[in-house]
Write a protein that binds this ligand. Structure first.
Ligand code: ASP
Length: 330
């Protein structure tokens, strides 16, 4: 039988309501699998209980530990067909992207989750887990990068975002669209994802901060937020990549101190670009040395830089990679 590894990290898929009716961690990876006997018949299972936490507890260090386990298991076991990871939905897209750029093995890695906890009669967990296994066993999933599987859809780690707090149809890849779907148990692929840059599993991670800009923000507020970002700062700007003009001198100072500043957008979809020449516009930011990161989300840009700078990638190379949204050029 084909072998699949289940790595359980926690999330609502592994939670139940407590005596007060509040949703809390309750189900281990082994229990999750045992609750779905039909899954145990489909593959030979190996289970790793990595953690049982809500995904607000995930950090780049934990993501790196997870990546190390995946790398080791793939290296040790050529009969392993794929890896399914259960995770909370809140930060699912971050862990998925971290793994996507860290893991070089082409075998499928699928993250799945649920919006409704395991004590709900119509929880989406069992169906999502079943679909993730189908993808893991599908030879056409090889080479498509790390994906997430929820609500009968398959999404590329790079493009997907959680867009709804509680609907089961919570994840969306915007104008890129889903990679595929699961139709009555059949895996249907619509497209291949763009090839993302694979950085490998890092030993060190750089300290990279995020600052979300708001109207009327002051330079001192930006300075306070940037204090913890000792190696790089990702600034989530407006629209195409524009900021209140009073922030530009502060950004210029940071860049002069050797701290890269990367501009992303609070718009969910579309690319940043230094097209505006007015004070605070993208061209003004480019003039003082800020970088742009195409359509990659703020959180994903932060993870990419964190790994890349941890591996001492040259600034020039990193800037070029980000300008293309960390997609591999032919
Ligand atoms: N708050 C939960 C978590 O991210 C949400 C979920 O799993 O759906 O762990």
């Amino acid at each position: 039988m084909d072998k699949v590894l289940l790595i359980a990290t926690g999330g609502t898929i592994a939670m139940r309501k407590d005596e007060k009716g509040k949703v809390v961690p309750a189900v281990s990876g082994h229990e999750l699998l045992e609750s779905l006997p039909e899954l145990t018949k489909q593959a030979e299972w190996d289970v790793c209980d990595f953690s049982n936490v809500a995904s607000c507890n995930m950090s780049p260090d934990r993501m790196r530990d997870l990546a190390k386990i995946i790398e080791q298991r793939f290296a040790q076991d050529s009969s392993l067909r794929g890896i399914v990871i259960t995770h909370g939905t809140d930060t699912l897209e971050e862990t998925a992207y971290f793994l996507d750029i860290a893991i070089k093995d082409p075998r499928p890695v699928i993250l799945t989750a649920s919006q409704r906890d395991a004590s709900e009669a119509d929880s989406d967990g069992p169906r999502n887990l079943g679909n993730a296994v189908r993808i893991a066993l599908d030879p056409r999933a090889i080479g498509r990068g790390v994906v997430i599987a929820l609500n009968e859809e398959i999404h590329a780690a790079r493009d997907v975002r959680k867009l709804h707090t509680n609907h089961v149809d919570a994840f969306n890849s915007g104008e890129k669209g889903a990679l595929g779907t699961i139709d009555t148990g059949e895996v249907i692929w619509h497209r291949k994802p763009e090839q993302t840059i694979k950085l490998g599993v890092p030993e060190k991670l750089a300290k990279v901060g995020i600052c979300k800009v708001y109207t009327g923000m002051t330079g001192s507020a930006l300075r306070a937020i940037a204090q913890d970002a000792s190696e790089a700062l990702v600034i989530e700007a407006f629209g195409r990549g524009n900021l209140p003009p009073q922030l530009v001198p502060e950004i210029s100072e940071m860049i002069k101190r050797g701290i890269p500043v990367v501009i992303t957008s609070r718009c969910l979809f579309g690319r940043t670009s230094p097209v505006y020449g007015y004070p605070g516009g993208g061209a003004d930011l480019e003039r003082v040395g800020a970088w742009f990161s195409a359509d990659l989300s703020t959180e994903k840009v932060r993870l990419f830089i964190s790994i890349a700078l941890g591996q001492r990638l040259e600034f020039k190379t990193l800037k070029e990679m980000l300008a293309n949204g960390a997609i591999k050029l032919d």
